[in-house]
Ligand binder design. Structure first.
Ligand code: ASP
Length: 310
């Protein structure tokens, strides 16, 4: 059994952008799947998939990230190895072109779990990163959305956050998430994505990556509770649906949220309670690779899609 699931963010994706979001997710899933099919580790597969999504300006990660209140770019990311619980994360780091690669460097270095803010650049430079030249990470769309929000003063969730979860041929699970956060956030704000058990989690039973309003996801410790629910016997899809519904019912996430997951049996979920979520998955359960991708407007019946993709 090998499998990878990626998401390109839960929120409201305009119909005109569905094709690009779906294509970007499908390409990233294929990139990660190629690692798994070659015998690679789940950790390397989720990093490769998220790097592909960071490079795609259609998503709110890497180039194309949403802007802070001050019009700047600050990135959050995390990558976690389910084998031993090692995690590397970065938060609110300005002008970082490859957030997931820096998070991986934090994981491999092992001294700390999370580095934050401009001070993280000393570590980043030692690991081969250089700040993006001014303006080069800001897409025309990100700028237009920022200007519109300043005029309307609307509180808006960023959407377009990216994530990946995988199980490799040795049964190892891993998760990764990368984001510019939410549009118009205060500089210095840290969302759920880089926090273990909130936006990103992997252990020996489950790997998960969440998307949606970070403050609500942090309060819910969404991905950790998902892992506990699956450990207690629930399927990833049923547990994800129950937890997302609970977040909405308790008022934590009125606008909804989404989560992707894979468990050690290769059961997968791409579940959301938002108007849309972009996702893609590739799985080989011994009968050949099956793939599914879409920008769903309803809870994605991913297992059914994979079964029929055959
Ligand atoms: N969860 C992200 C954050 O709050 C935003 C998103 O997923 O759209 O930083």
């Amino acid at each position: 059994m090998i499998a990878i699931v990626v998401h390109g963010g839960a929120g409201t994706i305009e119909p005109a952008r569905h094709a690009a979001a779906t294509a970007g997710c499908a390409a990233a899933a294929r990139r990660g799947y190629a690692r798994l099919a070659a015998g690679g580790a789940a950790l390397d597969a989720v990093q490769a998939a998220v790097r592909a999504l960071e490079d795609d300006p259609a998503f709110n990660a890497g180039v194309g990230a949403v802007l802070t209140r001050d019009g700047t770019v600050e990135l959050d990311a995390a990558i976690m190895d389910g084998v031993d619980g090692r995690i590397g994360a970065i938060a609110a780091v300005p002008d970082l072109r490859r957030p997931i690669d820096l998070a991986r460097a934090v994981l491999d270095d092992g001294e700390h779990v999370l580095l934050a803010g401009a001070a993280a650049w000393a570590f980043a430079r030692r690991h081969g990163h250089a700040p993006a030249p001014p303006g080069t990470m800001v897409t025309a769309r990100a700028l237009a959305r920022w200007r519109a929000q300043r005029i309307e003063r609307a509180a808006e969730v960023g959407g377009g956050t990216v994530g990946a979860v995988a199980i490799d041929g040795a049964g190892r699970l891993a998760a990764a998430t990368s984001t510019g956060g939410i549009l118009g956030k205060r500089p210095g704000r840290v969302g759920d994505s880089p926090l273990p058990g909130c936006g990103t989690w992997a252990d020996r039973g489950l790997a998960a990556s969440a998307t949606g309003p970070g403050e609500a996801i942090i309060r819910a410790t969404l991905t950790r509770r998902l892992a506990l629910a699956v450990e207690a016997g629930a399927t990833p899809a049923a547990a994800a649906a129950a937890l997302l519904d609970e977040m909405i019912a308790t008022g934590g996430a009125a606008a909804g949220a989404g989560v992707i997951a894979v468990d050690r049996a290769g059961r997968i979920a791409a579940t959301h309670r938002t108007p849309t979520m972009a996702f893609a998955a590739v799985r080989d359960d011994g009968r050949g690779a099956q793939a599914a991708a879409g920008t769903s407007t309803a809870t994605a019946p991913l297992e059914a899609q994979l079964a029929s993709a055959g």
